[in-house]
Write a protein that binds this ligand. Structure first.
Ligand code: MN
Length: 234
């Protein structure tokens, strides 16, 4: 698949973080903005604790947004680009800000995506086409969950484990380092992704990433995952 088609996939993919028009300070236009969490910070207790959510969203995610805005400030073409398009065309970003855009733009996209995958009164099991295709691809939903956990555990240092629709329109599990994501190299369109940076779990789980990954399924909103799957398959 050529780059144009990969980028085309990203362009028609419906999931996009909200883009700010204007922030509250008069005269200052911020290209990207931190949306509020879609639920209260204690909504994912006891699996994900409120202190972790507060710091994760209010400090870590906020810093990615602030640093992304700093990186693209003054470059109107980049400031006005939807984030998924910006990430799918990193090679066109000027050398001096490319790493900052990659790390912080990736951080912004990944976390915005991540918050929406989770919710209170979630968990359970997927249904419909998603459940059928997970079973066809990975043997069973439990088999998929084991393989995703293994991808997260196998990521040395910081990064993410993803379920994507790949270039062949098949479900695939991949892992990326740092704040990279599958949109950047066109390897797939994310359906689900789990943050395995220590900041996502250290307060409650310390070094026990495996325990965090197992507990995480209790907060996964499968209806959100199914919507991502439907959008990625289009
Ligand atoms: Mn994180």
């Amino acid at each position: 698949m050529g780059l144009a088609l990969v980028r085309g996939m990203a362009f028609c993919y419906s999931y996009r973080p909200d883009k700010a028009e204007l922030n509250n300070e008069p005269g200052i236009i911020m290209a990207y903005e931190l949306a509020p969490l879609p639920y209260s910070k204690d909504a994912l207790e006891p699996h994900i604790d409120a202190a972790t959510m507060e710091i994760h969203h209010g400090k870590h995610h906020a810093a990615y947004v602030a640093n992304l805005n700093k990186a693209v400030a003054g470059n109107a073409a980049l400031e006005n680009k939807p984030l998924d398009q910006l990430l799918a065309s990193l090679s066109t970003v000027p050398d001096n800000i490319r790493t900052a855009v990659r790390n912080n733009g990736g951080g912004h996209w990944n976390h915005t995506f991540f918050w929406k995958l989770m919710g209170p009164k979630a968990g359970g099991a997927p249904t419909g086409a998603l459940a059928e295709d997970l079973t066809a691809t990975f043997g069973s939903v439990a088999g998929f969950q084991e393989k995703l956990e293994a991808a997260g555990l196998g990521r040395f240092g910081s990064g993410w484990a993803w379920l994507v629709v790949n270039r062949s329109s098949k479900l695939e599990i991949i892992s990326t380092p740092n704040q990279d994501n599958p949109i950047m190299d066109g390897s797939g369109l994310p359906v689900l992704g789990v943050d395995v940076w220590e900041h996502a779990y250290y307060l409650k789980y310390q070094n026990r990433r495996a325990d965090y990954l197992k507990a995480w399924w209790n907060v996964v909103d499968w209806s959100a995952v199914a919507a991502n799957y439907a959008a990625a398959k289009k």
